[in-house]
Design a binder for this molecule. Structure first.
Ligand SMILES: [Zn+2]
Length: 452
């Protein structure tokens, strides 16, 4: 692969040299000609922003270990690696907390301002700030939000709503319906979880959207068959299940991304789409490496779907990053210099799923035999049984997670976020604008230049 790239570059240099030699262009003429075709003059019509929530650098590295082919000496690149352009600073503007949460980080990436933790596209004075999604809509583009959390959660919320608190999920759903731009609802495609925030005692936003021409779907099949440009798909009451726990009737993040692209692609003025791998972060909060890897895989496939679209549509700019890191995930723990990825791959369901089944009455042995490909040691089994005896699902979830984390050599230091820089990836005409060490606000500020 690398050899081929060098061959192409060498041929280009020879060709340019030949043209200059034959036509005898002056250097001024060469540079003005170059300006006409320079990347800065290439128009971006469509923008896809992908956010791996909580996906700090140790996550993308751990994912590379997971995907490594053990029969080769070299550790192969992941689907992300070749698109890496830089790193982003994530700190928020919060006097009490200088480690960001998802709301402040999403506001930075959606509206281009640093604000306080918990803010949904409002500034420090709780005043609404325009988002890239809104600017795109105002400019005649179509818009979409896709997530595996409630579609009203902090990250999608900051692109499509304004609220002083991320906890006001119902009000965020209200904004999606009520805040019109030029007499139209501002989000054309919404796919994710969160029925509870739409179908409520005080209001039924599902019916309101349907009455206004949205097609409403709740299964992967109906979503894939959708032909309506305006689409609302809600696949869970709250957050969707983790990818390895999902039924076939529930779509993957890649399927949702493709379903969104199929509709957004119809607008000849282009579109803005935000896709979030929401639950990478939730796995990090739970200190559950199995869930983290399940969700990263789901996200990686959605990223590939976005890249595939952009490769077919050259006027599409893809930007991918994280909002922060979560859990302090470390590759290596307890003084050991090894990450045994087989221990993570041995889980056929998440520890959370297994814990729920056991709390619902299934025996510890039955569940572990069914969903774990290795045999637990007596000590591990005793620890899990002790946790099961508490009848507390979170305690049991952690005990089962610990079996995988310890065997794999994956450590965690916190149940919260960490303030490290996050990797930034880009593909498309203006990827160079996302290179080097940038602020997370630079992402919004660059996207504004594409969508306005
Ligand atoms: Zn989080």
């Amino acid at each position: 692969m690398r050899n081929k790239v060098w061959v192409v570059i060498v041929i280009c240099i020879l060709a340019v040299g030949g043209i200059i030699g034959i036509s005898g262009l002056t250097s001024d003429a060469v540079s003005s000609k170059a300006d006409d075709t320079s990347p800065d003059n290439e128009k971006v019509k469509n923008v896809i922003v992908l956010i791996g929530d909580g996906m700090g650098p140790s996550y993308t590295t751990a994912y590379r270990y997971m995907k490594d082919n053990p029969s080769t000496q070299q550790m192969e690149e992941t689907v992300f690696d070749q698109y890496l352009t830089g790193m982003a600073k994530t700190y928020s503007n919060d006097k009490d907390e200088n480690v960001t949460d998802s709301a402040a980080a999403a506001t930075a990436m959606a509206a281009g301002i640093k604000t306080y933790n918990g803010a949904i596209s409002v500034d420090k004075n709780e005043q609404p700030v325009e988002t890239v999604l809104e600017a795109a809509k105002k400019n005649g583009k179509s818009t979409g939000l896709v997530s595996t959390s409630q579609i009203t959660h902090a990250t999608p919320g900051a692109f499509g709503a304004h609220n002083e608190s991320r906890d006001n999920y119902d009000e965020i759903a209200d904004d999606y319906y009520d805040e019109m731009i030029d007499g139209k609802h501002k989000i054309d495609v919404m796919l994710g979880g969160g029925v509870d925030n739409f179908d409520r005692d005080d209001r039924n936003l599902i019916n309101e959207f349907k009455n206004d021409g949205y097609h409403y779907v709740t299964t992967a099949e109906d979503m894939n068959n959708n032909k309506n440009a305006r689409l609302l798909g809600l696949f869970a009451q709250v957050g969707m299940k983790k990818a390895i726990d999902r039924e076939p009737s529930t779509p993957s993040l890649a399927e949702m991304t493709n379903a969104a692209l199929k509709q957004l692609n119809k607008n000849e003025d282009g579109f803005f789409l935000m896709v979030e791998g929401s639950q990478i972060d939730w796995g990090g909060h739970d200190n559950d490496a199995v869930s983290v890897m399940s969700e990263m895989d789901d996200f990686a496939k959605a990223f590939q779907a976005a890249i595939a679209y952009a490769k077919e549509h050259g006027d599409t700019q893809v930007i991918m990053t994280a909002d922060h890191s979560t859990g302090g995930l470390s590759i290596g723990r307890d003084g050991d210099y090894n990450f045994d990825t087989e221990a993570i791959k041995a889980a056929k369901r998440t520890p959370e799923y297994m814990a729920e089944q056991i709390i619902d009455g299934a025996s510890v042995e039955y569940i572990l035999n069914k969903y774990v490909t290795f045999d637990l040691t007596d000590t591990e089994l005793t620890d899990v049984k002790k946790a099961a005896a508490t009848e507390d699902v979170d305690t049991l979830h952690q005990a089962i997670s610990d079996v995988f984390n310890e065997r794999a050599g994956i450590g965690f230091t916190t149940g919260g976020h960490t303030g490290v820089d996050v990797p930034v990836y880009a593909y498309g005409p203006h990827s160079e604008r996302f290179s080097g060490l940038i602020e997370n606000t630079d992402i919004a500020n660059e996207v504004f230049t594409f969508v306005r």
